[in-house]
Design a protein around this ligand. Structure first.
Ligand code: ADP
Ligand code: MG
Length: 705
């Protein structure tokens, strides 16, 4: 049983790992995922538990690690606007009443500044202690609370020890200054994280989606999209987002679909146009007949996908979690060594204590723990805004490494929107080829099938169709008006031992047979997508190998390959789905770093799974392909692959920058600390300053790199 909770009041990213571990160790809990940036906790229970009991139990764990943090039942996303407004009012209100800590902090800082003007040493010391209490009382309080619970290495405790140590060796001013800077840094860090959280929420448009439901009496009521049923009518006004997928039944307007596809040009729709939830109405009012429940609608699928992305933890994050576990004890251990070993030989005990304090101040791996998940989350959020849905940070890491991209042809490099060019009827046949073909493709979801069955000139009675069978990569067979019909390519005809004439063409040929005799063919053509050529060239310039795999015939495959500039030897045609899989296996062996497969079709699911990274085309793509893929391209443009690759590189660059920055600065400060060059002021910068910089650097992607 899965449960989702909202986390409140949790500010310490480093505590997350501890909370996660503690929750995991509980018997009833099977898996735990905490997403710091959406403030959600996702757990899987292995037994039924009453919600109130569960809430209390989990809150206890949160509170024991970060005092004051707790969990609440997650409101369903998205919230109705009014409700969320009310909630944000409440939060603002809470913030208003919670000014006391700031006031105390400012008094403390003011007293600290006053102390500069006092020269008499005892008075000065007393004033500094007073200032310290104003500034740091809550930290000291929290650390004592945590000691009672056995959390010795928590940040509050280390800050308390460091500042107490400074007092002990007579550095009163430094003790207070460390507290002031620590809290200022934390404050800015929190602000930066809050801002990122907000941008992520905005990106995901988690808020203010509601539906204007038209009732039988014509009255319009605002409801949650979850409460709207199929065949209900909803109204979408200018500036509102379409809440559910459906069809326009009155009005015409232009839609901004940039949230779905990254495509910023407005998109014109009219009566009978299919519209997707998540599109923004920028024109006139429209009425929509709902065709999908909210849970099945595009917007919900996207939101769930991106939210679940946080569950697939990238290696970098896993590494940091492990690293964090030993970093703090290690640095504290070093502090103890510096404090007690050198004085044994050199004396000057207080001096070495002072130097050891520098270690305590830099002992939190906060900069990394905060910034690494944020980097991935920002990248995923940014990508989703560009119409690229990445299902997890781990995939970004893999994409960064790949050296080969394999394309499916139909629907991927070409539009998959076939046009019937010519219908050939065999000499000895007098019936209507199109009728039989249409009857055959009646249930087909294949782009070819869809175009054939779309023809309006003939009406097919569904009752006449029996035994519809799909033969992936070949075509279909069915019984229509008691005749056995086959519609498909050469392979299909071969499979039934049907002899066919030789047709010389660069078009896609679909043969039609009745009762195992060839009766005619349909020639179709497809258009190459306008950015296919650019994509292949760009990938080549990045040193990436490109391949094309297709079930279509050889002539077409090589004609298209030539037009988009793909190497002749890298084109494989007339492949069955299982052949695609074995080709990918072969190519995988040739690739040193990993292959990415891009496809759209029902038949591509195995290939999508087998490749190191599977990318599906979201618009044309079948649900199975989208399900099987690691990345979904919403607007079906192959050039998004290039964007994806460059995003993965920027993501990595920022990770490395932050790791070097954080560990580098801290390492230098520790060395300088031992040598007696770095004081506590510098150390506190190395701690909070670096964390702040790393967080800002990570959130840079959100604001467009
Ligand atoms: P691709 O690899 O180009 O995306 P598919 O594997 O989906 O192609 O299909 C390969 C070939 O199988 C098509 O080019 C077509 O000749 C044939 N085919 C598949 N499904 C059908 C169908 N429903 N009707 C007719 N032909 C089909
Ligand atoms: Mg395909």
């Amino acid at each position: 049983m899965n449960k989702i909770f909202k986390i409140e009041n949790l500010h310490c990213a480093n505590c997350l790992n501890k909370i996660e571990a503690k929750l995991k160790s509980m018997n009833v809990i099977e898996t735990v995922e905490i997403n710091f940036y959406t403030s959600t906790l996702n757990i899987k229970l292995n037994k039924e538990l009453e919600n109130a009991v569960l809430l209390k139990m989990i809150t206890k764990v949160f509170d024991s690690i970060e005092p004051g943090s707790f969990v609440t039942n997650k409101e369903e996303i998205p919230k109705i606007s009014e409700k969320s407004d009310r909630k944000s009012h409440k939060l603002e209100h809470e913030n208003n009443t919670n000014k006391i800590p700031y006031i105390l902090f400012f008094i403390g800082t003011f007293v600290f500044i006053l102390s500069f003007f006092i020269s008499y040493s005892l008075t000065k010391k007393i004033i500094l202690v007073i200032s310290y209490i104003f500034v740091g009382h809550d930290i000291i309080f929290k650390s004592f609370k945590n000691i009672k619970r056995g959390n010795f290495l928590d940040e509050n405790f280390l800050m308390t020890i460091a500042t107490f140590g400074a007092f002990a060796i007579g550095d009163f001013s430094e003790a207070v200054a460390v507290m002031i800077f620590y809290k200022t840094g934390e404050f800015f860090q929190e602000r930066a994280i809050d801002n990122s959280k907000k941008s992520i929420e905005k990106l995901l448009s988690l808020k203010s989606v509601y539906a204007n439901l038209k009732q039988a009496n014509g009255e319009i009521v605002k409801v949650r999209p979850e409460d709207v049923k199929i065949n209900d009518f909803i109204i979408v006004k200018n500036g509102e987002k379409i809440p559910l997928d459906g069809k326009i039944i009155s009005g015409a307007t232009s839609l901004d679909v940039s949230f779905l596809t990254g495509e910023s040009l407005p998109y014109e729709v009219e009566i009978n146009s299919q519209v997707l939830s998540g599109s923004l109405n920028c024109g006139n009012i429209i009425e929509i007949k709902v065709e999908k429940l909210y849970s099945e609608s595009t917007i919900n699928k996207i939101i769930t996908m991106v939210q679940n992305a946080a569950a697939k933890k990238p290696l970098a994050e896993k590494f940091i979690t492990k690293f964090a576990r030993f970093y703090t004890p290690l640095v504290v251990g070093l502090a103890i060594i510096v404090a007690f070993i050198p004085p044994l030989f050199l004396g000057e005990f207080p001096l070495w204590i002072g130097r050891a304090l520098v270690f305590l101040v830099v002992s939190c791996p906060c900069a990394l723990v905060l910034s690494i998940p944020l980097t991935f989350f920002s990248s995923i959020g940014y990508a989703s805004k560009q119409g690229i849905l990445i299902k997890g940070g781990n995939f970004l890491e893999k994409i960064e490494k790949i050296d080969t991209v394999i394309f499916d042809k139909t629907g991927t490099l070409t539009k998959g929107k076939f046009k019937i060019d010519k219908i050939i009827t065999a000499e000895n046949f007098s019936g209507n080829i199109l009728e039989l073909a249409k009857a055959g493709e009646f249930y087909s979801n294949h782009p070819i099938g869809k175009i054939i069955s779309k023809d309006q000139s003939i009406i097919i009675n569904e009752k006449d169709i029996k035994n519809y069978t799909e033969l992936p990569g070949k075509g279909i067979s069915t019984i229509y008006k008691d005749n056995f019909i086959q519609v498909g390519n050469k392979k299909l005809m071969e499979a039934f031992n049907i002899s066919i004439p030789n047709i010389e063409t660069y078009q896609t040929i679909i043969y039609i047979a009745k009762n195992n005799l060839y009766i005619g063919a349909i020639l179709l053509s497809d258009e190459i997508k306008k950015d296919s050529l650019k994509t292949i060239n760009l990938l080549k310039s990045l040193g990436i190998n490109t391949y094309m795999l297709t079930g279509d015939n050889k002539n077409i495959a090589s004609a298209i390959g030539e037009k988009i500039g793909m190497n002749k030897n890298n084109i494989y045609s007339e492949l069955l789905p299982q052949d695609k899989v074995s080709k990918i296996e072969e190519i995988k062996k040739l690739s040193k770093k990993g292959v990415l497969f891009v496809g759209d079709g029902i038949n591509d699911a195995p290939a999508l799974t087998l490749a190191d990274i599977g990318v599906a085309m979201g618009k044309i793509g079948s649900d199975i392909a989208i399900e099987a893929a690691d990345v979904v391209i919403m607007n079906d443009e192959p050039s998004k692959i290039c964007e994806l690759i460059s995003l993965s590189k920027i993501n990595k660059k920022i990770l490395i920058q932050n790791i070097v920055l954080a560990l580098g600065v801290k390492g230098i400060v520790m060395v300088l600390g031992v040598l007696g060059i770095a004081n506590l002021w510098l150390a506190i910068f190395a701690d909070v300053g670096v964390a702040l910089l790393a967080v800002l650097n990570a959130s840079k992607i959100l604001k467009k790199y």
